[in-house]
Design a protein around this ligand. Structure first.
Ligand code: FAD
Length: 391
C-alpha cells in the first residue's frame, strides 16, 4: 500500500500532525507500535499548557498554542480536557543562579510580554488572593493568566479520532523497524509484523524516544538526543487540591497541577530509571520522597496528603540544548523528524503540527520552526550533507 504521508508514532505529535494533514485533504497513514497515547502522551494526570518561563525560542509556538487550544474541542469534535487555569511561577529567593529570583522577575515578564505571552509580576499579597494556601517562604510570582492544563491522553486520542474521521488511516501494533532508501528518498517503511508501506510524498519520524534509534540503525545518523523517565506522583490531600493554578517554581524542582478528581499531580524534573529486566522505566524511592518534600515545602498542607500513584514508566526524549529537534533528516529529501521535547512537548504540539503540516505541504519552513533545526548543533553534525527542499 502507498500513502502520501507516512507518520511513525501515535503520541500527541504524530496524531496532531496526522489530523492537520488529513484535514487539508492529504493521504495519511499513521503507524503506532503500541497503542495511541501509550508513550509520553499517555499515563495518569494532566499536562501543563504553559508559556511561563519556557525557553524563549519556543514562545512563538506557544503563542500559537494559546490560540489553538481553546478551539480544539470544537474543531476536533471531541473533548481535550483543556482548561485555562492560569499559571504561577513561584519565587522565594532574591537571586537564583544567574537567571532567576526576584531580581530577574521584571525582566522575564517584560520579555514574555514582548513575545505576546501575557505576564505580570505579583507580590505576596496578590498571590495569597489567588493561592491562599501557598507556603510562607514564597515572596512573589510570575503570573501568566493564559496558561492552563489539558488531559493529555484525551487530547491525543481526540486528535487521532478526528484524523480518522478526516480520512487518515491509523494502525496500532505496527512497530516500524526499517526505512527503505533509494538515493536521497525514503521509499518505504517496514514493520516488525513484516508489513511494508510505500511512501509517496514524505515520512515523518514523530516517534519521540524511538526516532534516534531508527535513524541510527537505518541511516547511520546520530541525533544529539537521549531518553529519560520523568517521575509523576498523584497525591490525595485531605481537603481537596490546595491550589487552583498550574504551579511551577523558580528554584525548587516541583510542578503541581490540581486534578479533576480532587487529587494533585506532583512532578517537576525528578527522574526514574530504566529497568532492563522489566524493559520499562521504574521509580526511585529516594526521588519520590524528594519530590513529595519539595511539594509540601511550597504547599505545607500537602504534608498529610496520601501518595496514591508513583510512576516513571513513560519515556521522554531530551536534547543537548533543552529544546526539540524539528527538522528534515540530514541527507534526505523526504524524511522529517521531531524529537527531544525535553519534558515540555505537549503544550506546543497543536502549534508544531500546524507549522509542520504547512512546511510539508508548501516546501517552506515556517519561521517558528527555524530555532529547532539540527544546524544549531554545528556544521554538518551528522556526516551527511543536507539537500534542498523538493518543492
Ligand atoms: C510525566 C510527564 C510529565 C510531562 N509534563 C508535561 C507538561 O506539563 N507540559 C508539556 O508540555 N509536556 C509535558 N511532558 C512532555 C510531553 O508529554 C511530551 O513531550 C509529549 O507527549 C511527546 O509527544 P510525542 O508524540 O512526541 O511522543 P510520545 O507520546 O512518546 O509518542 C511516540 C509514540 O511513538 C511510538 N513509537 C516509538 N517507536 C516506534 C516505532 N519504531 N514504530 C511505531 N511506533 C513507535 C511509541 O509507542 C509512542 O506511542 C511530560 C511528560 C511526562 C512523561
Amino acid at each position: 500500500m502507498k500513502y502520501g504521508f507516512v507518520i511513525i508514532g501515535g503520541g500527541i505529535q504524530g496524531c496532531a500532525t496526522a489530523w492537520q494533514l488529513a484535514d487539508a485533504g492529504e493521504d495519511v497513514l499513521l503507524l503506532e507500535g503500541g497503542e495511541i497515547a501509550s508513550g509520553a502522551s499517555g499515563g495518569f494526570g494532566r499536562r501543563g499548557v504553559r508559556a511561563n518561563r519556557r525557553d524563549l525560542r519556543e514562545l512563538p509556538l506557544m503563542r500559537s498554542a494559546y490560540r489553538l487550544w481553546p478551539e480544539l474541542d470544537e474543531r476536533l469534535g471531541i473533548g481535550t480536557g483543556y482548561e485555562r487555569t492560569g499559571g504561577l511561577f513561584l519565587i522565594e529567593q532574591e537571586a537564583t543562579g544567574t537567571r532567576g529570583g526576584l531580581v530577574a522577575a521584571q525582566a522575564h515578564a517584560a520579555t514574555q510580554n514582548r513575545f505576546g505571552i501575557r505576564t505580570e509580576v505579583i507580590g505576596r499579597d496578590r498571590l495569597l488572593e489567588l493561592e491562599p494556601a501557598v507556603g510562607p517562604a514564597v515572596r512573589a510570582a510570575l503570573h501568566c493568566p493564559l496558561d492552563g492544563t489539558a488531559d493529555h491522553t484525551a487530547a491525543t486520542k481526540a486528535f487521532a479520532e478526528a484524523a480518522r474521521r478526516r480520512g487518515a488511516t491509523l494502525r496500532e501494533g505496527c512497530h516500524v523497524t526499517s526505512l527503505e532508501r533509494s538515493g536521497d528518498r525514503i521509499t518505504a517503511v517496514h514493520t516488525a509484523q513484516d508489513e511494508g508501506f510505500e511512501v509517496g510524498t514524505a515520512v515523518l519520524l514523530l516517534n519521540n524516544t524511538g526516532a534516534a534509534d531508527l535513524l541510527r540503525r537505518n541511516l547511520g545518523i546520530e541525533l544529539p538526543v537521549w531518553r529519560t523517565f520523568p517521575q509523576a506522583l498523584r497525591v490525595i490531600p485531605t481537603d481537596g487540591p490546595p491550589m487552583s493554578h498550574l504551579i511551577g517554581h523558580d528554584h525548587r524542582p516541583v510542578s503541581l497541577k490540581p486534578l479533576p478528581d480532587g487529587s494533585v499531580m506532583v512532578s517537576g524534573g525528578w527522574r526514574g530509571r530504566w529497568n532492563a529486566g522489566l524493559q520499562r522505566g521504574e521509580i526511585v524511592e529516594e526521588h519520590v520522597r524528594g519530590n513529595l518534600r519539595t511539594a509540601y515545602e511550597v504547599y505545607p498542607c500537602l504534608e498529610d496528603a496520601e501518595l496514591a500513584v508513583a510512576d516513571a514508566g513513560t519515556p521522554e526524549s531530551c536534547s543537548a540544548d533543552g529544546i526539540p529537534v524539528i527538522d528534515r533528516v540530514p541527507g534526505s529529501a523526504n524524511a522529517w523528524v521531531g524529537t527531544g521535547w525535553a519534558g515540555h512537548g505537549f503544550a506546543i504540539a497543536p502549534a508544531v503540527a500546524e507549522s509542520l503540516a504547512s512546511w510539508l505541504r508548501t516546501g517552506t519552513r515556517p519561521d517558528d520552526l527555524t530555532p529547532f533545526s539540527l544546524a544549531r548543533f554545528g556544521p554538518a553534525p551528522h556526516g551527511r550533507p543536507a539537500v534542498t527542499d523538493p518543492a
